[in-house]
Design a protein around this ligand. Structure first.
Ligand code: GAR
Length: 228
Protein backbone atom coordinates (compact mmCIF):
# COMPACT_ATOMS: atom_id res chain seq x y z
CA UNK A 1 0.00 0.00 0.00
CA UNK A 2 1.42 3.43 -0.95
CA UNK A 3 1.57 5.97 1.83
CA UNK A 4 -0.88 8.79 1.37
CA UNK A 5 1.41 11.81 1.10
CA UNK A 6 -1.43 14.18 1.87
CA UNK A 7 -1.78 12.61 5.31
CA UNK A 8 -0.96 15.05 8.07
CA UNK A 9 2.06 14.30 10.23
CA UNK A 10 1.62 14.03 13.96
CA UNK A 11 3.85 16.25 16.10
CA UNK A 12 6.34 14.44 18.26
CA UNK A 13 8.24 15.77 21.27
CA UNK A 14 11.29 13.76 22.31
CA UNK A 15 12.89 13.50 25.75
CA UNK A 16 16.59 12.57 25.71
CA UNK A 17 19.58 12.30 28.00
CA UNK A 18 22.39 10.93 25.85
CA UNK A 19 23.77 10.16 22.43
CA UNK A 20 20.43 10.31 20.65
CA UNK A 21 20.66 7.46 18.14
CA UNK A 22 17.04 6.56 18.94
CA UNK A 23 16.13 10.20 18.28
CA UNK A 24 18.05 9.98 15.01
CA UNK A 25 16.02 6.93 13.95
CA UNK A 26 12.83 8.97 14.31
CA UNK A 27 14.20 12.00 12.48
CA UNK A 28 15.52 9.80 9.68
CA UNK A 29 12.22 7.90 9.27
CA UNK A 30 10.36 11.21 9.27
CA UNK A 31 12.62 12.83 6.70
CA UNK A 32 12.31 9.78 4.45
CA UNK A 33 8.52 9.86 4.84
CA UNK A 34 8.53 6.38 6.32
CA UNK A 35 6.42 7.64 9.23
CA UNK A 36 3.58 10.15 9.41
CA UNK A 37 5.30 12.01 12.20
CA UNK A 38 7.62 14.93 12.64
CA UNK A 39 9.92 15.74 15.52
CA UNK A 40 8.95 19.26 16.63
CA UNK A 41 11.00 19.60 19.76
CA UNK A 42 13.73 17.81 21.70
CA UNK A 43 14.28 18.31 25.43
CA UNK A 44 17.26 17.05 27.39
CA UNK A 45 18.00 16.90 31.10
CA UNK A 46 21.73 16.75 30.29
CA UNK A 47 23.53 19.80 28.97
CA UNK A 48 26.07 17.92 26.90
CA UNK A 49 23.73 15.32 25.43
CA UNK A 50 24.82 14.74 21.83
CA UNK A 51 21.12 14.29 21.03
CA UNK A 52 20.78 18.09 21.25
CA UNK A 53 23.42 18.53 18.54
CA UNK A 54 21.57 16.06 16.33
CA UNK A 55 18.38 18.08 16.77
CA UNK A 56 20.27 21.30 16.01
CA UNK A 57 21.70 19.79 12.82
CA UNK A 58 18.19 19.00 11.63
CA UNK A 59 16.92 22.46 12.63
CA UNK A 60 14.65 21.06 15.32
CA UNK A 61 13.94 23.21 18.39
CA UNK A 62 15.97 21.84 21.25
CA UNK A 63 16.27 22.69 24.92
CA UNK A 64 18.35 21.71 27.88
CA UNK A 65 16.30 22.09 31.04
CA UNK A 66 18.53 21.77 34.05
CA UNK A 67 16.90 19.54 36.67
CA UNK A 68 19.42 20.60 39.29
CA UNK A 69 18.61 23.26 41.82
CA UNK A 70 14.88 23.20 41.00
CA UNK A 71 12.16 20.88 42.25
CA UNK A 72 11.04 18.05 39.98
CA UNK A 73 7.63 19.71 39.76
CA UNK A 74 9.21 22.91 38.46
CA UNK A 75 11.38 20.99 35.98
CA UNK A 76 8.42 19.11 34.57
CA UNK A 77 6.29 22.25 34.42
CA UNK A 78 8.84 23.72 32.03
CA UNK A 79 8.85 20.57 29.91
CA UNK A 80 5.07 20.42 29.88
CA UNK A 81 4.81 24.07 28.84
CA UNK A 82 7.16 23.57 25.89
CA UNK A 83 5.28 20.49 24.72
CA UNK A 84 1.95 22.28 25.07
CA UNK A 85 3.23 25.30 23.13
CA UNK A 86 4.44 22.99 20.35
CA UNK A 87 1.03 21.26 20.27
CA UNK A 88 2.63 17.86 20.66
CA UNK A 89 0.54 14.77 19.82
CA UNK A 90 3.02 12.23 21.17
CA UNK A 91 5.92 12.35 23.63
CA UNK A 92 8.72 9.81 23.18
CA UNK A 93 11.25 8.88 25.84
CA UNK A 94 14.32 8.08 23.73
CA UNK A 95 17.07 7.29 26.19
CA UNK A 96 15.59 9.64 28.80
CA UNK A 97 17.07 8.51 32.09
CA UNK A 98 15.04 10.60 34.51
CA UNK A 99 11.91 9.28 36.18
CA UNK A 100 8.79 11.30 35.41
CA UNK A 101 6.37 12.13 38.20
CA UNK A 102 2.87 10.69 38.52
CA UNK A 103 1.23 13.98 37.66
CA UNK A 104 3.21 14.38 34.42
CA UNK A 105 2.57 10.76 33.40
CA UNK A 106 -1.12 10.91 34.29
CA UNK A 107 -1.60 14.06 32.28
CA UNK A 108 -0.03 12.60 29.14
CA UNK A 109 -1.06 8.95 29.63
CA UNK A 110 -1.74 7.30 26.28
CA UNK A 111 0.39 9.88 24.48
CA UNK A 112 3.64 9.08 26.22
CA UNK A 113 5.82 6.19 25.09
CA UNK A 114 9.26 4.89 25.97
CA UNK A 115 11.83 2.52 24.54
CA UNK A 116 13.77 0.16 26.77
CA UNK A 117 16.81 -2.01 25.89
CA UNK A 118 15.52 -5.29 27.33
CA UNK A 119 12.48 -7.52 27.14
CA UNK A 120 10.27 -6.01 29.84
CA UNK A 121 9.36 -6.84 32.55
CA UNK A 122 12.96 -8.12 32.81
CA UNK A 123 15.91 -5.82 33.44
CA UNK A 124 14.20 -2.52 34.12
CA UNK A 125 16.24 0.58 34.86
CA UNK A 126 19.22 2.27 33.27
CA UNK A 127 21.51 -0.71 32.67
CA UNK A 128 19.19 -3.20 30.98
CA UNK A 129 21.86 -4.58 28.64
CA UNK A 130 24.53 -5.14 31.30
CA UNK A 131 22.01 -6.62 33.74
CA UNK A 132 20.89 -9.12 31.09
CA UNK A 133 24.49 -10.22 30.43
CA UNK A 134 25.29 -10.49 34.13
CA UNK A 135 22.17 -12.51 34.82
CA UNK A 136 23.17 -14.95 32.10
CA UNK A 137 20.04 -14.83 29.97
CA UNK A 138 20.59 -16.08 26.42
CA UNK A 139 18.03 -13.81 24.82
CA UNK A 140 17.27 -10.16 25.50
CA UNK A 141 15.99 -7.44 23.21
CA UNK A 142 13.99 -4.23 23.30
CA UNK A 143 10.52 -3.06 24.16
CA UNK A 144 8.36 -0.06 23.38
CA UNK A 145 5.59 0.72 25.85
CA UNK A 146 3.20 3.37 27.03
CA UNK A 147 4.61 4.97 30.17
CA UNK A 148 2.66 4.73 33.37
CA UNK A 149 3.61 5.81 36.84
CA UNK A 150 5.89 2.85 37.59
CA UNK A 151 9.31 2.68 35.98
CA UNK A 152 9.48 0.66 32.71
CA UNK A 153 6.09 -0.79 33.51
CA UNK A 154 3.28 0.50 31.29
CA UNK A 155 1.41 -1.46 28.58
CA UNK A 156 3.76 -3.05 26.07
CA UNK A 157 3.45 -2.07 22.40
CA UNK A 158 6.22 -3.90 20.51
CA UNK A 159 9.08 -6.21 21.43
CA UNK A 160 11.94 -7.77 19.51
CA UNK A 161 14.17 -10.56 20.79
CA UNK A 162 17.94 -10.45 20.27
CA UNK A 163 20.38 -13.28 21.01
CA UNK A 164 23.14 -12.83 23.57
CA UNK A 165 26.41 -14.55 22.69
CA UNK A 166 28.79 -16.09 25.22
CA UNK A 167 31.50 -13.48 24.72
CA UNK A 168 29.29 -10.44 24.40
CA UNK A 169 30.27 -7.43 26.42
CA UNK A 170 27.85 -4.68 27.36
CA UNK A 171 28.64 -2.44 24.38
CA UNK A 172 28.46 -5.19 21.79
CA UNK A 173 25.05 -6.25 23.02
CA UNK A 174 23.86 -2.65 23.44
CA UNK A 175 24.82 -1.86 19.83
CA UNK A 176 23.08 -4.97 18.50
CA UNK A 177 19.94 -4.08 20.43
CA UNK A 178 20.15 -0.43 19.33
CA UNK A 179 19.98 -1.48 15.66
CA UNK A 180 16.65 -3.10 16.42
CA UNK A 181 15.48 -0.19 18.59
CA UNK A 182 15.97 1.95 15.50
CA UNK A 183 13.41 -0.23 13.74
CA UNK A 184 10.77 -0.74 16.41
CA UNK A 185 10.75 2.86 17.69
CA UNK A 186 9.74 4.48 14.38
CA UNK A 187 7.40 1.56 13.79
CA UNK A 188 5.69 2.21 17.13
CA UNK A 189 5.31 5.89 16.26
CA UNK A 190 3.77 4.97 12.93
CA UNK A 191 1.27 2.64 14.61
CA UNK A 192 0.36 5.50 16.95
CA UNK A 193 0.02 7.92 14.01
CA UNK A 194 -2.28 5.44 12.26
CA UNK A 195 -4.38 5.21 15.46
CA UNK A 196 -3.79 1.47 15.55
CA UNK A 197 -2.85 1.24 19.24
CA UNK A 198 -5.70 0.57 21.63
CA UNK A 199 -4.90 0.33 25.34
CA UNK A 200 -7.10 -2.20 27.08
CA UNK A 201 -6.02 -2.34 30.71
CA UNK A 202 -2.46 -3.70 30.78
CA UNK A 203 -2.56 -4.75 27.16
CA UNK A 204 -2.17 -2.93 23.88
CA UNK A 205 -4.27 -4.24 21.04
CA UNK A 206 -2.77 -3.53 17.62
CA UNK A 207 -5.51 -2.91 15.10
CA UNK A 208 -5.13 -4.54 11.66
CA UNK A 209 -3.14 -2.81 8.94
CA UNK A 210 -0.01 -3.17 6.88
CA UNK A 211 3.15 -4.79 8.28
CA UNK A 212 6.72 -3.54 8.04
CA UNK A 213 8.14 -7.06 7.81
CA UNK A 214 7.37 -7.23 4.09
CA UNK A 215 8.21 -3.60 3.49
CA UNK A 216 11.47 -2.76 5.24
CA UNK A 217 14.70 -4.44 6.24
CA UNK A 218 14.49 -6.99 9.00
CA UNK A 219 17.09 -9.26 10.55
CA UNK A 220 16.31 -12.96 10.21
CA UNK A 221 17.90 -13.81 13.58
CA UNK A 222 15.67 -11.32 15.42
CA UNK A 223 12.16 -12.25 16.52
CA UNK A 224 9.78 -9.33 16.05
CA UNK A 225 6.48 -9.23 17.92
CA UNK A 226 3.16 -8.94 16.19
CA UNK A 227 2.70 -5.37 15.00
CA UNK A 228 6.10 -4.96 13.38
C1 GAR B 1 18.81 3.17 24.32
O1 GAR B 1 19.36 1.89 24.33
C2 GAR B 1 17.51 3.19 25.09
O2 GAR B 1 16.75 2.03 24.94
C3 GAR B 1 18.03 3.30 26.50
O3 GAR B 1 19.05 4.25 26.40
C4 GAR B 1 19.68 4.13 25.13
C5 GAR B 1 19.74 5.50 24.50
O4 GAR B 1 20.54 5.48 23.37
N1 GAR B 1 17.01 3.67 27.43
C6 GAR B 1 16.96 3.21 28.67
O5 GAR B 1 17.81 2.47 29.16
C7 GAR B 1 15.75 3.67 29.47
N2 GAR B 1 15.61 2.92 30.63
P1 GAR B 1 20.61 6.76 22.44
O6 GAR B 1 20.91 7.96 23.33
O7 GAR B 1 21.71 6.47 21.47
O8 GAR B 1 19.28 6.92 21.76
Amino acid sequence: MERDFMREKIKVGVLVSGNGTDLHSIIDASEKDVIDAQVEIVISDKKNAFALKRAEKHKISNYFINPKEIKQEEHEKKIDKLFEESKIDLIVGAGYMKILSDSFVNKWYGKLINIHPALLPSFKGTSGQEDAINYGVKISGCTTHFMDNKMDHGPIILQAAVKIYQNDNRDELANRILKIEHQILPRTIQLFAEKRLKIIGRKVKILPGESWIDKYEYYPDVLYSEGY
